[in-house]
Every structure is written in C-alpha cells, then in structure tokens.
Design a protein around this ligand. Sequence first.
Ligand SMILES: O=C(O)CCC(=O)C(=O)O
Length: 261
Amino acid sequence: MKLTVAAIQMDIQLGNPKQNIKRASKRIEQAAMKKPDVIVLPELWTTGYDLERLDEIGDTNGEEIKRLMSELASKYQVNIVAGSIAKKTDEGIYNTMYAFNRKGKQIGEYSKLHLIRLMQEEKYIAPGSSKGNFMLENVPAAGVICYDIRFPEWIRSHILEGASILFVPAEWPAQRLSHWRNLLITRAIENQCYVVACNRVGSDKNNTFAGHTMVIDPWGEIIAETDGEEETILFAEVDTDLVEEVRNRIPVFEDRRPEFY
Ligand SMILES: O=C(O)CCC(=O)C(=O)O
C-alpha cells in the first residue's frame, strides 16, 4: 500500500497556544491542498517547551486539540498524526500524541515514555505507560516522541507488535543534529521500517531547533529531508510493500535469538 505523508516542519512560539494553533491550522490547510494521505505535526506544538507554564497553558484532557484535529481531519479527509501537546489531567501533565483518521475518528494516543532530564522535562511532565501502536488505514503504525528514539528496545517493542511505519514528532535541538539523523537512520535499518520524523525549527530561550524533518525507508535510505532553517512541508511516499521486501531479503526478525537477550 502506498501512502503520501506530509510532515509540517513549523516554528513554535513559546507559550502561545493561540498563535501556534492558528499557524498549524493554516499549515494543515496548505498541506491538505496536495491531497496527502497523512499529515504529521511536531512535538509540543501548541506550547513549545514552556514547561513552567504548562499548568496554565496545557490543554485539559487534550479536549481542545482533539476537537480541532478531528474537525480538520474530516474536513480535509486526511489522516492526522497530530504531533504532541501538553495534556493536563488530574494525575499530572503528559506529553501526548493523538492520531485521527479521515473521518475525524481518533485512532491513536501515546504519551511520551522517556522524559529528557537534560531539558528538565521530568520535573513538569509525567511519563506515559503504554505503547504508541495504532492502525493507519490498513497499515500497522506507531508513534513515539523525540527522546524516545534513544531507546532502541522501546522502538523494537512497537515493531514486534507489527508497526511498519514509525512516526516521530520532535523538538530536537540543533546542537545534536548528528544524533537525530544517525539515530533515526539506525532505527529504520534495524527495524526494517519506515521512519517519518517531524521536527520543529526556530528557537526558544534555551535552544535552537534542528529541523531536518526526514522520511527514511526500511533499507535506511533517506527518501526526503528538509534543511534546518525554514518552515516547510515535506512530502514523501511510503510504500509498505518495501517493508515486506526488505524483511524477506534480510530476515532479521526470523533470525533474532531473544532467548539470549
Ligand atoms: O535526546 C535529545 O538529544 C533531544 C531530545 C529532546 O529534545 C526531547 O525529547 O524533547
């Protein structure tokens, strides 16, 4: 099955959900004009890393964003992997990704499992506790968030549940661009899956972000990549037959010896 993805590499105004929601809605409209099958947004795209103010500016139970993304998905008849937002709940605030199908029905939800201490995320955000697998059209997919890509076991556990496309919304800093590119390529090669990684551009008070939104095929080839500077929408075609082809050619999953590790 072939799917066209459109990854929205956007800037995010720190702590300004109103502005960011307006900006993302506009970009979704622009992307939808080219009739992709899936639109993807970056991490924490409503608030940025304004961690100290998430109590004030987070979205209670994700209700506002779920309503908006569901409306836009059905309006444009497109699947949306809606990056992640700060979801406020009685138990704490989560860094949560939602996915919707073309009818606007929610098909996925995932809260970031690994919180990045380097950015003090664990002081303000509660870790998720379940996997990010979901069905996209008829294709098994999964979403993880940013720092999660440093944990190969976590990604592998999604692939063992069948995912052939891995979505990665991110706010990855430019200082570690080489880690971003190498980790994503490696995750694609070792898991023989597509990786669709959507990063932001611009700066906040602590970081400048790397951009380099990428789509990588199951052989580890980069089939589309943006530069690090500008807002843009990256389009690429994903062909799930290639996942089968690569897995048949080098049958890594059949050759695993999990009894030894
Ligand atoms: O792991 C890294 O270097 C960056 C991760 C990150 O920025 C995040 O999880 O938001």
